[in-house]
Design a protein. Structure first.
Length: 411
């Protein structure tokens, strides 16, 4: 089941933000995340805030939220966002439909939501509009219609090319399906096509991982994400590991799999730009995720969605029924928030920047962090040439030990 949301102070009923949050609003990139909390089935490793039809019961006194009713609720929250952020010119540079499985919504629903965003804020010229998609949730016609509705980038959850690995993950698509989807997306005119992979699944062999990487490269994406499997508490996978049915992922194996991924993807012309992400040139990077990693502002729409504006971070109520009840009553769906102080914002800036190939300026480190920077380089975690130029850029070894480097630079 989905994990719990963090604690925080209450969000005002009208969703209003502290005055300090509006400082510099409009000067930083602004994006919108739309969380679509529906899945046909729940994968055994997933603890995201998603719900199958069987899990979507209405809360007492409220109606259940469905794929059909959700777009209207999202549009209402977009209107609330415009009221809260009134008075600022905020062209939306990126929109990201995540989930869950956003493509369980019909393509027309994407257009409906995008038109609402454009009417309230204005979509910036050349705005990136991404949707995640499970390979089995789209076909050639659906992808063509999504493109016609204004979606410009699609990210397919491939995870693996090996049937046995997909079975352990409870994925239901056939191994060759993601490649067909990528070809359909290109034919439909999508500017950017991404594939997501997971490594370290119990029972996955070195040969399995090599096969998955080669299949991903052969599909011709201009972006690949590769994530180490995490066994999240409360998931079916965690229960199977706890019972001894499956082995837990091995850290040494995960490190080796990452190195193989970097070698294969780099050789294929996909360069790393964030620890878990590779792109075919700067233009193929996920602009929405870059907004997260570089301190931009975004409004998260939907159940459990997180937002950040000017150092204030908040998150919506988690269950779709509770979300629908709040929206239906004209109230903010925000459950709680935290207001980051200067020290917290500085810490986050360094923690995120260090994960990027562009690196972190030495000048933004604390005195203690600057004092440790030379040691980070000496231990082979950061590149000497970049350090000499005033940047901390992780080496391949440093990417494997990013948490260690971050601790040394933020102490």
């Amino acid at each position: 089941m989905p994990g719990a949301l963090p604690d925080g102070e209450p969000v005002p009923a009208d969703g209003s933000l502290p005055d300090r949050a509006s400082r510099g609003l409009g000067e930083r990139p602004f994006g919108i995340y739309v969380h679509v909390p529906f899945c046909t089935t729940r994968c055994g490793y997933c603890d995201f805030n998603t719900y199958t039809a069987a899990e979507l019961g209405g809360a007492p006194g409220s109606a259940a939220v469905s794929v059909g009713s959700y777009p209207g609720l999202a549009v209402t929250e977009i209107g609330l966002a415009r009221k809260v952020l009134a008075g600022e010119d905020l062209p939306v540079r990126t929109v990201f439909f995540g989930g869950g499985t956003p493509t369980l919504m019909p393509p027309a629903a994407f257009g409906h939501i995008l038109r609402a965003i454009d009417a309230e804020f204005g979509l910036a010229p050349g705005a990136e509009v991404t949707t995640e998609a499970n390979p089995e949730s789209v076909d050639e016609a659906a992808l063509a219609e999504l493109r016609a509705q204004g979606v410009t980038r699609v990210s397919f959850g491939m995870q693996s090319a090996v049937p046995g690995v997909l079975a352990v993950l409870d994925r239901v698509h056939q191994p060759g399906r993601p490649a067909r989807c990528a070809a359909w997306a290109r034919a439909a005119g999508f500017e950017h096509v991404s594939l997501d992979l997971i490594y370290g699944t119990p029972g996955e062999t070195d040969a399995d991982w090599q096969c998955s990487l080669e299949a991903a490269v052969a599909a011709g994406p201009d972006h690949v994400s590769a994530y180490a499997l995490t066994v999240e508490p409360g998931t079916r996978l965690a229960a199977r590991v706890r019972r001894g049915e499956l082995p837990a992922p091995d850290d040494d194996v995960l490190a080796e799999r990452y190195l193989v991924a970097d070698e294969v993807l780099t050789a294929a012309g996909l360069g790393w730009y964030e620890i878990s992400n590779w792109a075919r040139g700067t233009q193929s990077r996920c602009a929405h995720n870059m907004l997260y990693w570089t301190g931009g502002d975004w409004w998260g729409v939907g159940p459990g969605a997180h937002s950040h504006v000017g150092g204030t971070r908040w998150w919506n109520v988690r269950h779709p029924a509770a979300y629908g009840a709040r929206i239906g009553a004209g109230l903010s769906p925000g459950q709680a928030r935290e207001i980051l102080g200067p020290a917290e914002r500085q810490l986050e800036r360094v923690m995120l920047a260090i994960r990027l190939a562009d690196g972190c300026p030495v000048a933004v480190l604390s005195p203690a962090g600057r004092a440790n920077a030379a040691a980070v380089v000496a231990e082979g975690l950061a590149r000497p040439d970049a350090y000499a130029a005033g940047q901390i850029v992780l080496t391949r070894r440093g990417r494997l030990l990013a948490d260690t480097a971050t601790r040394m630079l933020t102490d």
